[in-house]
Design a protein around this ligand. Structure first.
Ligand code: SAH
Length: 462
């Protein structure tokens, strides 16, 4: 190791940054995370630094720089943006015996700033001694995924409860307690945002000395987004990485499953082309059985698990079996499709109401009758609509909306096979056929309001 990682105590110590531009501001942002006292040495400050100075968060000295400026410091950053000036200031700082970092000049650095994953007070510092900054960033991204955003708060909570655990529990029990806290339901509960519940669980465990297996872990109904791997949420990735078994549907890109642990079981419960789909009761039964075996279960669904995904039926089955569940939202196909067009699901003043509906229902008679709802100022996003496009076109023609409705069609939104096309309602079938549009696709039917002198848009909005 040419460099040695250390965490420096910063509270109340001086950090001097020479420079007043963007490079200096970058270092300043970093050090502002600490409780150090920051002094900028520069003839002028950029607006961000000037604001920080005006707010009293940093000190500023615009006079001539001498070695004395660098004395008694925890760290010195030289970041003027001018290599010659940087080298001269570095020499002065060394006269003062400071530990110095000179931006972009590794040979002048006593200290290198690592890539940081910040879950204060949990901090991960990654360094490659300048050999592979890209690798450092990749590792950082991985760590950002693995460490849930709220982990720092949980660590801080554990810190506050340490004394009370020490008073009540033996050392061995204490180790078991913290292992349980960071491995088990308290961390999961905390990560879900139920921070008060998690704190209560830990306090109860300290009080009673009882913790450990407390029944099945919640089954996570996770939204995978529209397909591409980078449109699943960080929480979704975490649940995948925790899962022992994953039940997944059609439309889940295999790359998303790669985010799961290598040894997790993967069970396909979707509909193979030309085959029958798995009966919903069978899927529900599998979820319940796996959870009862003590496995961490993820039910991975495309898009959002709350939109045309039969999530409620699975939740009912889990409830009936006394198994808790959690819903992890995902980017629904309508959002993904609208974004793919560079569009917006709602448009202020012209399209303020959005209706999500399905072109297909269990019984044809139950198919939602949304044509009545498609009044001016409204947009309907039709899921599973390609197969019933003829019916949709007929309904719109019969309602006299043939030329009033703008139709936008997005198939395979956010996937390499994406197709986008637009037409008026009267041409829907023709355009679908001409462009060979297949499911999965979203049909947007927009009945935009046109602003008239009598109905100014702004007034309608109010
Ligand atoms: N839960 C999902 C919807 C499942 S129903 C969600 O929130 O998105 C399946 C339908 O979703 C498909 O028939 C299609 O209408 C739509 N869909 C799913 N993925 C899609 C994609 N990548 N592009 C366009 N539509 C998609």
């Amino acid at each position: 190791m040419k460099t040695f990682p250390m965490f420096l105590t910063m509270a109340g110590r001086r950090v001097v940054i020479a420079g007043g531009g963007e490079q200096a501001a970058q270092k300043c942002r970093l050090i502002l995370k600490t409780q150090a006292e920051i002094t900028l040495l520069a003839p002028a400050l950029d607006p961000e630094l000037a604001d920080l100075h005006a707010a009293g968060r940093i000190k500023w000295d615009d006079g001539a720089i001498t070695a004395a400026h660098f004395a008694q410091t925890a760290l010195v950053f030289i970041a003027t943006g001018c290599p010659g000036l940087d080298a001269a200031l570095h020499a002065l700082a060394k006269v003062a015996g400071a530990t110095v970092n000179v931006v972009d000049q590794p040979h002048l650095c006593d200290a290198i700033t690592p890539s940081i994953v910040d879950r204060d007070p949990v901090v991960v510092a990654i360094g490659t001694e300048g050999t592979a900054p890209v690798l450092a960033r990749q590792i950082k991204t991985r760590m950002e995924e693995v460490l849930e955003p709220r982990l720092g708060d949980l660590a801080a909570l554990a810190g506050r409860l340490r004394d009370s655990a020490a008073q009540r529990l033996q050392p061995r029990q204490r180790r078991d307690l913290w292992r349980w806290v960071f491995n088990g339901p308290a961390r999961e509960t905390h990560a879900r945002g139920a921070e008060r519940d998690a704190a209560q669980m830990i306090k109860d465990a300290i009080q009673t000395g009882e913790f450990g297996e407390t029944g099945p872990s919640p089954v996570a109904l996770v939204g995978a987004g529209p397909g591409s791997k980078d449109l699943i949420t960080l929480r979704g990735v975490q649940r995948l990485q925790e899962a022992d078994i994953i039940f997944y549907d059609r439309l889940i890109d295999p790359e998303i499953l790669e985010l799961a642990r290598r040894d997790a079981e993967r069970v396909y419960v979707g509909k193979a082309p030309g085959a029958h789909s798995w009966p919903q009761e069978k899927i529900c039964g599998l979820l319940v059985a796996a959870a009862k075996q003590g496995k961490r279960v993820v039910r991975l669904k495309c898009g959002d698990p709350g939109i045309f995904a039969r999530g409620a039926e699975e939740a009912d089955a889990l409830n009936a079996a006394g198994i808790p569940y959690e819903v992890v939202p995902g980017v629904t196909a309508a959002s993904a499709a609208s974004a793919a067009m560079g569009g917006f699901l709602t448009e202020r003043g012209t399209c303020d109401t959005l209706i999500l509906t399905t072109g297909r229902s269990e019984n044809a008679a139950d198919t939602p009758d949304w044509v009545d709802l498609l009044q001016e100022g409204r947009r309907v996003a039709v899921y599973m609509g390609v197969g019933t496009a003829d019916r949709i076109e007929t309904m719109l023609l019969q309602a006299g909306l043939a030329d009033k409705i703008d139709v936008d069609i997005v198939a395979n939104a956010q996937l390499p096979t994406q197709k986008i096309t637009s037409c008026k309602a009267r041409n829907l079938l023709k355009v679908l056929r001409e462009n060979d549009i297949q499911n999965p696709a979203i049909l947007f039917l927009s009945h935009r309001k046109t602003a008239t002198a009598a109905q100014p848009v702004l007034l309608q909005q109010v």
